[in-house]
Design a protein around this ligand. Sequence first.
Ligand code: PAF
Length: 282
Amino acid sequence: MIVFKKAAGIARFIAKKKESGSTIGFVPTMGALHPGHISLINISKKKDDITVSSLFVNPTQFNDKRDFEKYPSTIATDIDMLEKAGCDALFLPDVNEMYPDGTKNERQYDLGYLETILEGKFRPGHFQGVCQAVHRLLTIIYANRLYLGQKDYQQCLVLQKMISITHLKTEIVICPTLREKDGLALSSRNMRLNEAERKEAVKISETLSFIKKELKTGYLEDLKERARQYLTAEGFKVDYVEIANAATLEPIENNDGKTPLVALIAAFVNDVRLIDNMLLKE
Ligand code: PAF
């Protein structure tokens, strides 16, 4: 695997590969890699000729400075994991390489209502930061396909919107969430959980399964409220339990039994904020 620290270097590498007819699959990451990230690399390797990853903990997407400071960093292990997975190239920029003009006056994207709900509501500015980083990355790494995990469901929709606003030619491939045996969604943030918190955390995916099992046509508020109350009683600080249109993420009050739905949860186990989601009708 070739590791590039400079944008110009990896841009030249990509241009050469494209000239010779290769397709490029891209897996952007913030490091602290786990098998979920590696599953994206594997899917990319099946679909594209060249697989490129990036590792950059993007400061502009952290609305909470402490969260940024505590974000796990395991660069040497990450490089090793990518190498073993057969990733062809890694972009490992520093902040000046990503934001040569600084982070203060970065472009703002019109994300519409997507930015006002769920993660957008609880993490103001977060999705602007995600778009800034991924837009910059895609103008360096002109990928044919961008591989994203379904675990960050809203991020997938936001990046779809950013790609349409900016007329980039990249196609988004949403890949399934990888879970531990007991159902906990793999996440870099799980590294911050102690043993007791880890046991507690599984209740988020259990609650999503409960919603899926209990889902009926008609009003959904009661089901959401039962889920919220359960998590709160179990000691979580719940940001949201929502059931939304799986295609648009518009919250759904009344289930017509036809619209594909997704249930989404964000909740804190002590000071670790976890998110997860589950499609209710595939
Ligand atoms: O999902 C992530 O790890 C980040 O939001 C991303 C897409 C790498 C942008 O910084």
